[in-house]
Write a protein that binds this ligand. Structure first.
Ligand SMILES: Cc1cc2nc3c(=O)[nH]c(=O)nc-3n(C[C@H](O)[C@H](O)[C@H](O)COP(=O)(O)OP(=O)(O)OC[C@H]3O[C@@H](n4cnc5c(N)ncnc54)[C@H](O)[C@@H]3O)c2cc1C
Length: 499
């Protein structure tokens, strides 16, 4: 049996009998926890992108690798799709279930298996929360660098699947740069290792290929992460601007001067006000934009670079510069930024978080473009983002109960991503494509490139059963979306029309 489908999949799939599926799972994996009543399925109907919701056929919560293998073998034998889920904090609908699919929830894989303070590594199960890794290794003076703002809740398995980023990633790299090895179970139920405990492995770099593959290639059952020494000193500076463009230009100037901050974040006035109202971080609510710039390293390096950054920001037009006086104030400055999303959630019934990446020098142009689109669509947009790596997070405020607002939010979101591509950027920096940005994949990639993606998917999952309808658009879909060249009404590669 072979499937390769888009989100219309549920319509095309055969009807799987829920009772028969559960009986088959129970027979294949006798001790497996299975949820199937509507009441029990409801909490799993969406991820952090709550605009798209579906109840799965059933939810399974395996505790052992053998159970994961059993579930996948059973799914394969019956041709039932499987969607893996970590903590469900994803913002692109990646873990959104299929009505005719099994949702494989990895929450019970929550053990830290091994900490090696000499090699500076830890081997953990995929359901371990991102922040829990740093907390567990802090006694060795170590931490795990990638720090999504959701780190209190999101799982390391989800981080691998999304190639998650965070404030620290400007200096220390994304998830892919901070892991050594993952063990995965394939759709055939085979346990395989990608990468190794050594710093380099021979052969194709399947670890890098797998990282960011959004649950389409296999299920992560353990992750070996690299750990870093906690820096001797970390200082954060808050700079205020009366002009968003100037703040954007200042970001490029700092990096252009050869300084790589441990974090360089930007918030505009709407985001500043929302965060201040929620967290009382000490933000200047009249500023049009603020930059948070953290420097870390040895005390002398940090102090020297801090002076240089202050000078650059002064030249760039900062109206006020404040260095956090102590650790408590530093934590407060960051708490405002890290809670900016929930803070914006307090000022609008709904918000839609976009995630595009652009070359840093284009920040002023793209911020102007977003402001124009905001007026055109009549929706407020709060900007809060990883400015240092050009990773924008425009939060589009709307009310799903007002007819037409969700459509408008999706419309402006799509336009913002297209603007990112236009200036040489990409449609996702860290939140993934999932279900949400599948149309924009057609804007970003050519038909040939999408065919390669399908080929990679098929090499791992020839049956198309792992998280189908996410991440890779069908060529047909791209043709319908209007972004792909169509000859005489035919999509390119007619043999792939069924995709
Ligand atoms: C308030 C807020 C702030 C955020 N800030 C950031 C940020 O700063 N940086 C950032 O990168 N992201 C951020 N995110 C997005 C999100 O937290 C990340 O994408 C995170 O990596 C998702 O992890 P999760 O465990 O919740 O995964 P889920 O949402 O459960 O799943 C995400 C994807 O991973 C797949 N998956 C999950 N577990 C496995 C597994 N074991 N094996 C194979 N596939 C799997 C799923 O199928 C899905 O495609 C934020 C989200 C929120 C709500």
């Amino acid at each position: 049996m072979s499937f390769a489908y888009d989100e219309r999949i549920d319509g095309k799939l055969p009807d799987f009998d829920r009772d028969a599926t559960i009986a088959a799972l129970q027979a294949a994996v006798p001790d497996l926890a299975i949820l199937h009543s509507t009441e029990h399925l409801r909490p799993f109907e969406c991820d952090g992108l709550s605009a798209y919701r579906t109840l799965p056929l059933c939810v399974v919560l395996p505790e052992t690798i053998e159970q994961v293998r059993g579930v996948l073998r059973c799914a394969k034998a019956r041709g039932i799709p499987v969607v893996a889920r970590g903590a469900g904090t994803g913002l692109s609908g990646g873990a959104m279930p299929l009505a005719k699919g099994i949702l494989l929830v990895m929450a019970k894989f929550n053990r830290i298996l091994e900490i090696d303070p000499i090699a500076c590594t830890a081997r953990v199960e995929p359901g371990v929360r991102n922040l829990a890794i740093s907390q567990a290794v802090a006694r060795h003076g170590l931490y795990y660098a990638p720090d999504p703002s959701s780190q209190i809740a999101c799982s390391i398995g989800g981080n691998v699947a999304e190639n998650a980023g965070g404030v620290h990633c400007l200096k220390y790299g994304l998830t892919v740069h901070n892991i050594l090895r993952v063990d995965i179970v394939t759709i055939d139920g085979e346990l395989i290792t990608l990468g190794s405990d050594a710093l380099d492995s021979p052969g194709f770099d399947l670890l890098a290929l797998f990282t960011g593959s959004e649950g389409l290639l296999g299920v992560v059952v353990s992750v070996t992460v690299k750990l870093l020494k906690i820096p001797l000193r970390a200082k954060v500076l808050l700079a205020s601007f009366n002009d968003v463009q100037k703040a954007g230009a200042a970001v490029a100037s700092i990096i252009g001067a050869g300084i790589i901050p441990g974090g360089l974040e930007m918030m505009d006035n709407l985001a500043i006000r929302a965060a201040e109202d929620f967290i009382k971080a000490g933000y200047p609510i009249d500023a049009e934009a603020i930059l948070l710039c953290e420097l870390d390293g040895t005390p002398s390096d940090v102090d020297e670079d801090m002076q240089r950054v202050e000078a650059i920001l002064g030249e760039a037009g900062a109206t006020d510069i404040r260095i956090a006086r102590d650790e408590a104030e530093r934590t407060k400055f960051w708490a405002g930024r890290k809670n900016a999303f929930p803070a914006v959630g307090r000022i609008s019934p709904d918000y839609y978080c976009m995630d595009g990446t652009i070359p840093r020098r284009e920040l002023p142009k793209v911020l102007t473009g977003i402001a124009k689109l905001s007026k055109e669509y009549g929706l407020r947009v709060a900007n809060v983002f990883h400015a240092g790596d050009g990773n924008m997070h425009p939060l589009i405020l709307f009310d799903a109960n007002t007819p037409g607002e969700l459509d408008r939010a999706e419309g402006i979101g799509g336009k913002i991503l297209e603007l990112c591509v236009e200036v040489g950027g990409s449609i996702t920096g860290e939140h993934g494509v999932g279900r949400e940005k599948i149309n924009q994949m057609c804007v970003q990639f050519s038909a040939d490139e999408i065919v390669f993606f399908h080929a990679v998917k098929a090499a791992f999952d020839p049956y198309g059963l792992l998280n189908p309808g996410k991440n890779i658009p069908t060529l047909h879909r791209c043709a319908e979306f209007g972004s792909m060249h169509v000859h005489h009404g035919q999509v390119p590669f007619p043999d792939l029309e069924r995709f």
